[in-house]
Design a protein around this ligand. Structure first.
Ligand code: ATP
Ligand code: MG
Length: 303
């Protein structure tokens, strides 16, 4: 792609994701973000959106090759959402074109006994991407201020010394998470965090679809339906978390998630934006290396 064309496209990408990007918690309110938003596009625009998605995926594949060759930056993509918001399928679509050798996806479930014997960031630290790689967290350490906050009994199982569990614990955790992300950013980990913002109504629809479709039954859990009773508590916890941890170095993207085709384009665009900021390029080959290559060629030709 020519440089000018590329720059123009990137500018459009930035504009496109701007309404969903949160880089400061100041004044952030979840209710300002509509889960049904499709950026003014009608569903007739689906084919065009699919085309953009395909282009975005292609772009990502190219950037990822450079990321790997350069071996300086790591990219961490964090996905958080209520059930059935489309985390899994979004990750699948957006990463469909990239070399699987350069990407690690990890799904964080309920912590194991071993994990509960450590501080809560321990298990996340062990899964951080190496330089040159993309790490995807399907759920993350944010669960520690979401599900754990909504269900106090989980906190009780965390074996913390009682005197450390006070009223300020959520504020403290959010502070620690923000500091942790700043530390990562300062070490060359580019972070983007996604909250797939599905509405309670759309979640119900998707649960019912799962019940209607035998092929989707494995994805259905009665516990997920029970969780709906805590919807408002979850939304309050998400709002608090985003407010406390949205920064320029580790922005949140609050992505409308009622229309999956739109969710995917926004996420792909946000990842393009994240990687583009890194100025990735193939390493320059120095004179000595060039000589070595020429010698290797001569030798092969002589064979
Ligand atoms: P899907 O349902 O699409 O397969 P999922 O991410 O919901 O994906 P599940 O196995 O259904 O996967 O759920 C994992 C559960 O683990 C979630 O309910 C999540 O809240 C919970 N969980 C994740 N991290 C923690 C944590 N640190 N403490 C307690 N529960 C956690
Ligand atoms: Mg689940």
């Amino acid at each position: 792609m020519k440089t000018k064309g590329r720059r123009e496209i990137l500018e459009r990408v930035r504009e496109f994701v701007a309404p969903y990007r949160v880089t400061s918690g100041k004044g952030f309110r979840l209710k300002d973000f509509d889960p049904g938003d499709t950026g003014g596009l009608k569903s007739e625009a689906k084919p065009e959106a699919a085309e953009w998605l395909a282009r975005g995926v292609q772009w990502l594949a190219e950037e990822q090759e450079k990321l790997y060759a350069q071996d300086r930056w790591a990219v961490l993509l964090v996905f958080q959402a209520m059930d059935a918001a489309g985390k899994d399928s979004t990750i699948k679509h957006v990463m469909s074109g990239v070399n699987p050798q350069g990407v690690d996806v990890h799904a964080f479930k309920q912590p194991s006994a071993e994990e509960l014997d450590h501080d809560y960031l321990w298990r996340a630290l062990r899964r951080l991407p190496e330089r040159g790689r993309i790490g995807i967290f399907n759920r993350s350490y944010y669960e520690e201020v979401l599900v754990v906050r909504v269900h106090r009994e989980i906190l009780e199982r965390q074996k913390l010394p009682p005197r450390l569990v006070g009223k300020r614990i959520w504020k403290e955790r959010l502070e620690d998470i923000a500091n942790f992300e700043r530390y990562l950013a300062r070490n060359g980990v580019a972070i983007a965090k996604f909250f797939l913002n599905v509405s309670k109504k759309e979640q119900k629809k998707r649960f019912l679809e799962r019940l209607d479709e035998p092929a989707k039954h494995w994805k259905f859990s009665a516990a997920d339906v029970a969780e709906r009773a805590h919807w408002d508590a979850y939304m309050a916890a998400y709002e608090d978390a985003i407010r406390a941890t949205a920064t320029k170095e580790a922005p949140w993207y609050v992505v409308p998630a009622d229309a999956k085709w739109f969710t995917r384009v926004v996420v792909a665009a946000a990842i393009v934006e994240t990687m583009e900021k890194l100025d990735l390029a193939y390493p320059e080959v120095d004179a000595a290396k060039k000589k070595e290559l020429a010698a290797a060629r001569a030798r092969l030709v002589r064979e």
